[in-house]
Ligand binder design. Structure first.
Ligand code: GAR
Length: 197
């Protein structure tokens, strides 16, 4: 059984995709042991609760300084004893102590075809705004391992999505989620679970 912790900041549709894949039996030998949010109001925490998964909030705002938060975040991960940490729309830069402790065991979903539209400042809707501004005809999503850089780690899976005439950032974001993110994130976790067997 691959024990995963899923880290979230917002709506949690990618978390939901993982939960649904486990429930439907598509994703085997994987258990979500904890959901961690930096945002107490994240709807993702509601999704965890509805699925009977432990959800905890570890917010930088509750700590005196960044170091204290980094320590608490690492503790929050360690307590759950995960084999894999999944960043599913987690908008906190992963501290070095966590990367060093879990090297090769952290993955992230990014809403573009890396190396396009990634790196510092490219997150959420912003990614799709920039893709539309540049006028690309194809975009997509990438699942990759997390290292010290921003969106620089080895790529696990990518899926292309068509940009259509009249797309707004929101319409494109939804299509990228439906046609790419919600598919390749559970698939990547499944691939890692198989390799662990
Ligand atoms: C997703 O589109 C994810 O790819 C993106 O945030 C969204 C979270 O949605 N992540 C990043 O931009 C990371 N750089 P969700 O909370 O509904 O899963």
């Amino acid at each position: 059984m691959l024990r995963i912790v899923v880290c979230v900041s917002g709506g949690g549709t990618n978390l939901q995709a993982i939960i649904d894949s486990i429930d439907s039996g598509k994703l085997e030998d994987v258990e979500i042991v904890r959901v961690i949010s930096n945002n107490p109001n994240a709807y993702a925490l509601e999704r965890a609760k509805n699925a009977g998964i432990e959800g905890v909030c570890i917010s930088p705002k509750s700590f005196e300084n960044r170091e204290a938060f980094n320590e608490a975040f690492l503790e929050g991960l360690k307590e759950a004893n995960p084999d894999l940490i999944v960043l599913a729309g987690f908008l906190v830069v992963i501290p070095l102590n966590v990367i060093e402790t879990y090297r090769g065991k952290i993955i992230n979903i990014h809403p573009s075809l890396i190396p396009s539209f990634c790196g510092t400042g490219f997150y959420g809707l912003k990614v799709h705004e920039e893709a539309l501004k540049r006028g690309v005809k194809i975009t997509g999503a990438t699942v990759h391992f997390v290292d010290e850089g921003t969106d620089t780690g080895p790529i696990i899976m990518q899926k292309a999505v068509e940009v259509k005439e009249g797309d707004t950032p929101k319409i494109l974001q939804q299509r990228v989620m439906e046609e790419a993110e919600w598919i390749i994130l559970p698939e990547s976790i499944g691939k890692i679970a198989k390799e662990k067997k």
